[in-house]
Design a protein around this ligand. Structure first.
Ligand code: ADP
Length: 152
């Protein structure tokens, strides 16, 4: 059976750190679904969701086993819909660990056939965070170094 994993996140924006997790995840899974959690009603993103879908699709255009979607429901339910048995997440530090630990317990409760898989960040991407990139971009700093695509 095909091993399908969901890589969920806000991806506001999608960074080289995220790209690294996806590329390493491909060694473990047959198919990866990059799922951007977004609620249309709450306009709380910095980078427009449709643009981000385009940037991520552009990044992985040479892979036919990577799909990009936007969702607004429980990740545990999304996984059932796509018959995904794995949830891929990245870990940078103990703060990530505390958060991921709680989320994965809840996800296990909601969907016990869903296994969370964590990849430790590569050192060169460990300090890249979407929050810092948004901050730099807001004050007109150049963020392209941290992104796997060029933003306009
Ligand atoms: P969320 O809002 O769900 O935390 P993010 O878009 O911030 O979504 O991150 C998605 C996933 O990618 C999370 O598991 C996060 O820990 C991981 N991640 C974020 N930045 C990096 C990085 N530089 N290296 C490795 N993993 C990362």
């Amino acid at each position: 059976m095909k091993k399908v994993a969901i890589f969920p996140g806000s991806f506001d924006p999608f960074t080289k750190g995220h790209e690294d997790i996806v590329l390493r995840g491909l060694a473990l899974f047959d198919e990866l679904i990059i799922a951007i959690g977004h609620n249309n009603q709450k306009n709380n993103r910095y980078f427009e969701v449709d643009k981000m879908v385009g940037y991520i699709e552009e990044t992985f255009k040479s892979f036919d086993n990577i799909k990009v979607i936007v969702y607004n429901e429980l990740t545990a339910d999304l996984a059932k819909k796509y018959d995904a048995k794995f949830l891929l997440r990245g870990l940078r530090n103990t703060t990530d660990f505390e958060y991921e630990n709680s989320i994965s317990q809840v996800n296990r409760y909601l969907n016990e056939s869903l296994e969370s898989v964590f990849l430790i960040t590569s050192p060169k991407f460990a300090s890249i965070s979407s929050t810092i990139i948004r901050e730099v971009h807001k004050y007109k700093g150049d963020v392209n170094e941290f992104l796997p695509y060029k933003i306009d």
